[in-house]
Design a binder for this molecule. Structure first.
Ligand code: SAM
Length: 487
């Protein structure tokens, strides 16, 4: 059986901590080393940071020892993520002893959560910058250049970085993230995100379309619209989602919700694949599923975290739907898009979770038979409602045992799902060489399942029809039968 640690991931674990680099600009004389942890949003934010700093005279480097500025974009979602970053900070400080001119900055969710603690008590960093303060980086860097510590962790009501064109770091040139909302208003009791990323706000659809069109011009073939809760996207001329009530009638009449945004993007670039993440069941409406069904270029895949199968636990988590409502949503997805893949996030060992609650989670999984899953043992996060109101009372051993059972069941379901593709011919977008074999390409089908097949004369970025011959629980193996009509 696969160890829990190996499975535990929010996004591709192999990406965690990766350094990001972009092409050198000869005019720039200073060297930036930037490392990112956590969700896709953080990786996307690092591209915004690199774009802002490129204008400040920084080239990126992958050599820590030669950096003038080291930035670490951090994650607070579970304790483990914070422990990893703290270890990295120790390493940076060791390097600092041999390169005293090097400055270290903490960005992202840990910056927000720990604020000036890093500077005042631990004295391990020079600069602390929260996720809404990246445009202030030029001023903050000037401060540290002049020998002072610098901090800006102010959360904003309207910052969406709509006017910053992100540079694509270590990109495969084929797929890119486009962020559409920032922050989250859902207040799930286990989750630190509303505290570290602030209130939910949506980005101007015009700037989203411009970014998508620009990516197409640059040769990108697939985008993922990003947000903590994309279904909650709502543009009415700016402002917080929670203030929509106060909007004028005109603003309301011309507002753009997520279903409309999806259609705008799908129509703007009909050959581009459109993905999105993450969906929260309580905010996902039927019009989104209908928009997905209407456009071939919107991928048939929904990441629909549920966190638990027990109504009692869902309520304690402040997930504003029941198990029955979730099933209704799943039934509707299957009815409207029969070949849609669905994935989950699940938490085991939330406070007060009984064996019966855990069995409810397993039976919910049996009903849905998810294609993929991202599964975690509950990690109490300081400041969250659960931390303030509930005892973290499930022994670590029990959390881990339940997690293993959830992972084992997910593996069976993933294998069941990959088997359904056998014998079919599916369109695959080539992303790069297979990790395991230089003679094979790796890409994904519309359902987001990884497909590998012999390279022949195909190229990265080609849409290829692949006949699926074999599978494991995570990968489809096939042979190309020609370019698809989408090239
Ligand atoms: N916004 C999304 C949602 O609400 O479904 C995803 C948020 S988070 C970046 C990704 C996943 O981390 C969550 O779906 C949840 O399963 C997990 N997670 C969040 N807080 C956690 C905690 N305190 N302990 C364990 N897992 C947690």
């Amino acid at each position: 059986m696969i160890k829990n640690e190996e499975i535990e991931k929010v996004i591709d674990e192999s990406q965690q901590g990766s350094t990001l680099a972009l092409e050198k600009d000869e005019k720039n004389g200073r060297k930036l080393y930037i490392e990112s942890y956590g969700c896709q949003m953080n990786f996307s934010d690092s591209e915004i940071v690199a774009s802002i700093l490129a204008k400040e005279g920084f080239n990126t480097t992958q050599e820590l020892e030669e950096a003038d500025l080291v930035l670490v974009n951090t994650c607070s979602i579970r304790e483990k993520a914070e422990v990893t970053v703290r270890k990295r900070l120790e390493k940076f400080n060791a390097v600092k002893r041999t390169n005293p001119g090097m400055k270290v900055g903490v960005l992202g969710c840990m910056a927000e959560r720990l604020k000036s603690k890093f500077l005042e008590e631990e004295k391990i960093v020079d600069m602390v910058v929260g996720p809404d303060a990246y445009k202030d980086l030029p001023n903050l860097i000037q401060e540290i250049d002049e020998g002072r510590n610098a901090v800006n962790v102010i959360l904003s009501k309207d910052e969406t970085y709509a006017d910053v064109a992100p540079v694509r770091l270590n990109s495969n040139g084929v797929s890119a993230f486009v962020s559409i909302t920032r922050g989250c208003d859902n207040m799930c009791t286990f989750c630190v995100v509303p505290f570290t990323r602030g209130r939910e706000r949506s980005r101007d659809p015009q700037s989203i379309l411009e970014e998508v069109n620009d990516l197409w011009e640059k040769g990108f073939k697939e985008i993922t619209l990003l947000g903590q809760n994309v279904d909650s996207y709502l543009w009415y001329g700016g402002g917080l989602k929670k203030d929509f009530d106060k909007a004028t009638n005109m603003q309301k009449a011309t507002s753009v919700n997520f279903a409309k945004l999806l259609e705008l993007v799908a129509r703007a670039q009909p050959k581009m694949r459109i993905r999105f993440s993450t969906s929260n069941p309580q905010d996902m409406t039927l019009d989104v599923i209908e928009s997905m069904a209407k456009y071939d270029n919107i991928c048939k895949y929904i990441h629909l975290p549920v966190q638990s199968g027990s109504n009692r636990i869902l309520k304690a988590m402040n997930r504003l739907h029941t198990r029955e409502e979730y099933f209704e949503l799943i039934d509707n997805i299957r009815k409207i898009i029969p070949d849609c893949a669905i994935s989950q996030d699940m938490i085991t060992g939330f406070p007060t979770e009984t064996e019966a609650d855990h069995q409810d989670t397993l039976s919910l999984m049996e009903y849905v038979k998810y294609d993929f899953g991202f599964m975690f043992a509950y990690s109490e996060r300081p400041g969250t409602l659960a931390e303030r109101k509930l005892d973290d009372d499930i022994p670590e051993k029990t959390k881990k045992r339940r997690l293993s059972e959830v992972i084992e069941l997910q593996q069976q379901h993933s294998f069941h799902r990959t088997q359904q593709h056998l014998g079919k011919t599916e369109e695959v977008l080539i992303e790069g060489p297979s990790k395991k074999s230089d003679a094979h390409w790796m890409g994904r089908n519309s359902q987001n399942t990884v497909v590998v097949f012999p390279k022949e004369n195909y190229n990265i970025g080609d849409f290829v029809n692949v006949k699926i011959n074999e599978c494991t629980s995570a990968t489809l193996i096939g042979e190309a039968i020609g370019l698809s009509g989408n090239n």
